[in-house]
Design a protein around this ligand. Structure first.
Ligand SMILES: [Fe+2]
Length: 369
């Protein structure tokens, strides 16, 4: 089976081995054994090795344990603490071939150890195997990183596609009641503007995290999907709805919540589904408890739905519909919000929204339709 790794042998002499030993004879011997296949750098103390490592990254370090001043364990401890050096494989060189030393070598982070005096075949094969493993590790790391990036890109594309489908579907549903099809985009924009302004002012800070705002904006276009189950004769009726028709219209909130369960219930994260359903179900609740479908009151109404209510009503008043003209000037709309404060709308959100007049006007002037 192919492992997918592209881990060829290194070119001859392309790999560098740093040998650290206070005994010059050992340095010479290591160079003699390994010098035919690798480039050898020699350091006669732990301090000299550290100076070398400051400017060089060898592929492998062979370290003598017993050295004056900084011994091999101290040098390797320093290497493992430094992000620049911690992945360089280390083989200890030791004359103490007892179990305790062996355990200390592995605990220090060595990949292997070689007894002194060196036997050329053993040193060669241990070095060769360690470098091969390192090449595999490094290729694997690169491959995982590449695949992780590809996965992130694919997830981003899927998420964008999903959002386009959601907005497209919501637009289709909205267009049935004679709105221009921009209600979805407008309300999503107002929701983002209000939520970000509340966040800037550190209001509802325990709920309004950055993640919550993103999920709320993604949920906003879905707030009226239940209208698909409301007959055209009601949605497009130019005049006032009868009591019975109004009762039918009110059900779009409950329908929306049920539809969301069906279309995203199995594929989305639980907290996003809950938020999307809250927004869809409760965006017609009123602060004083006289809204629908559940008659929730005050902060019993989920925050996302309270924000959606302001965005939804503002857009409904500002835009022209088949059954009503656009309301102008903006001040008339703001007056409705002022009088609806603590009746229809959350007073804190209303105050912040009324403060955002400049931002709202700027959006309306530059939105391109
Ligand atoms: Fe609605």
């Amino acid at each position: 089976m192919r492992c997918g790794l592209h881990c060829c042998g290194a070119d001859k002499m392309s790999e560098v081995i740093l040998v650290v030993d206070d005994d010059t004879a050992n340095l010479m011997l290591a160079k003699k054994i390994l010098g035919g296949d690798y480039r050898i750098a020699a350091a006669n103390s732990g301090e000299a090795a550290c100076r070398y490592l400051e400017n060089n990254t060898p592929d492998l370090v062979l370290v003598d344990i017993n050295m004056p001043e900084m011994d091999g364990f101290e040098l390797v401890r320093k290497m493992k603490e430094d992000p620049r050096w911690k992945l360089i494989p280390v083989i200890f060189l030791t004359a103490d071939k007892n179990e305790e030393t062996e355990i200390r070598c592995f605990q220090a982070g060595a990949v292997d150890f070689v007894g002194k005096p060196f036997l050329p075949d053993i040193l060669n094969s241990r070095v060769k195997r360690t470098l091969e493993l390192e090449r595999y590790r490094s290729s694997l790391e690169k491959m995982v990183e590449e695949q992780a990036q590809q996965l992130v890109g694919a997830l981003r594309r899927i998420s964008q596609m999903q959002e386009h489908v959601i907005v497209g579907m919501a637009n289709l549903i909205e267009s049935r009641d004679g709105s221009t099809g921009k209600h979805v985009k407008n309300t999503q924009t107002y929701v983002r503007m209000i939520a970000e302004e509340l966040r800037n002012r550190q209001l509802f800070a325990d709920i309004l995290t950055k993640d919550y705002v993103e999920k709320l904006c993604k949920a906003a276009p879905l707030h009226d999907v239940g209208k698909i189950q409301v007959p055209d004769s009601i949605l497009q009726k130019p005049g006032k709805l009868t009591d019975e028709e109004y009762e039918q219209m009110k059900k779009h909130t409950v329908y929306s919540s049920a539809i969301l369960d069906e279309i995203i219930g199995d594929v989305e994260e639980e907290d996003y589904i809950r938020l999307a359903k809250d927004v869809a179900m409760y965006h017609h609740e009123r602060w004083d408890g006289t809204g629908y479908p559940s008659g929730l009151k005050g902060d019993e109404i989920p925050l996302g739905a309270r924000i959606m209510a302001v965005a939804d009503v503002f857009d409904a008043l500002y835009e022209e519909r088949c059954y009503k003209p656009a309301m102008r000037p903006l001040e008339r709309i703001y007056e409705i919000f002022r009088s609806g404060r603590e009746k229809q709308f959350d007073p804190v959100i209303t105050d912040v929204f009324l403060d955002m007049d400049g931002q709202i006007q700027e959006y309306l002037e530059h939105r391109g339709w």
